[in-house]
Design a protein around this ligand. Structure first.
Ligand code: SAM
Length: 189
């Protein structure tokens, strides 16, 4: 457990930004493992080393997962609230990425973004592939209550999120569901 997790575990759930008091939870680790499997399965011939941007990287748990599966990866973490000096401060709601990447990964991030279509269009300009999760409305008996409790700004159905990806110019190549059945992860070109 990182110092950051310890600090947020002590806080009330309602006061921790972006639910970061939960970042050691099994569901978050499961999501990172599935996403790493999906990245490792992308057709990336000719991209060595692979330049990967982990946007909203949190404690960078994805870095360890992808490192265990792929040797040649240039990993860069970006986050609105960096947890270490290696992570670059970045706001996907307002900023373009500073350079282009072979892959961007966003896990548990777009629920906190108001204008998801605009964020996806911005990403499309800088990345060749995208692996992105969304905690889908379909799996929530009371979506409004979930949004209030988790302080989310966006909660889409699987179909709505797939359409937003395609409208932004991404082509969906793969789709997986997390073990708890609540989150879909898409791999796109
Ligand atoms: C639920 S956490 C997920 C962290 C990490 N991806 C993981 O799976 O463990 C959401 C992360 O997104 C970051 N975040 C929220 N809004 C953001 C924004 N507009 N731009 C960049 N990062 C953002 C938060 O600081 C937080 O680290």
């Amino acid at each position: 457990m990182t110092w950051f997790s310890k600090v947020f575990r002590r806080k009330a759930a309602s006061s921790a930004p972006f639910n970061l008091h939960e970042q050691d939870n099994a569901a978050w680790k499961d999501r990172a493992r599935i996403a790493a499997d999906m990245v490792a399965n992308l057709p990336l011939e000719g991209h060595r080393p692979v330049k990967l941007a982990d946007i909203g990287c949190g404690d960078c748990k994805f870095a360890a997962e992808i490192g265990a599966r792929m040797g040649e990866v240039l990993y860069r973490g970006f986050d609105l609230l960096p947890q270490s000096p290696e992570v670059q401060r970045y706001d996907i709601s307002t900023e373009d990425l500073p350079e282009s990447f072979d892959i961007a990964v966003l896990l548990g991030v777009l629920e906190y973004v108001e204008d998801v279509p605009a964020a996806l269009e911005r990403l499309r300009r800088s990345v060749r592939h995208l692996v992105v999760s969304h905690s889908v409305k379909d799996a929530r008996p009371d979506p409004e209550r979930s949004m209030r409790r988790l302080k989310w700004k966006t909660l889409m159905s699987e179909e709505e999120f797939s359409t937003a990806l395609e409208n932004a110019g991404f082509s969906i190549a793969d789709r997986r569901l997390t073990a708890n059945g609540k989150t879909v992860i898409w791999a796109c070109r």
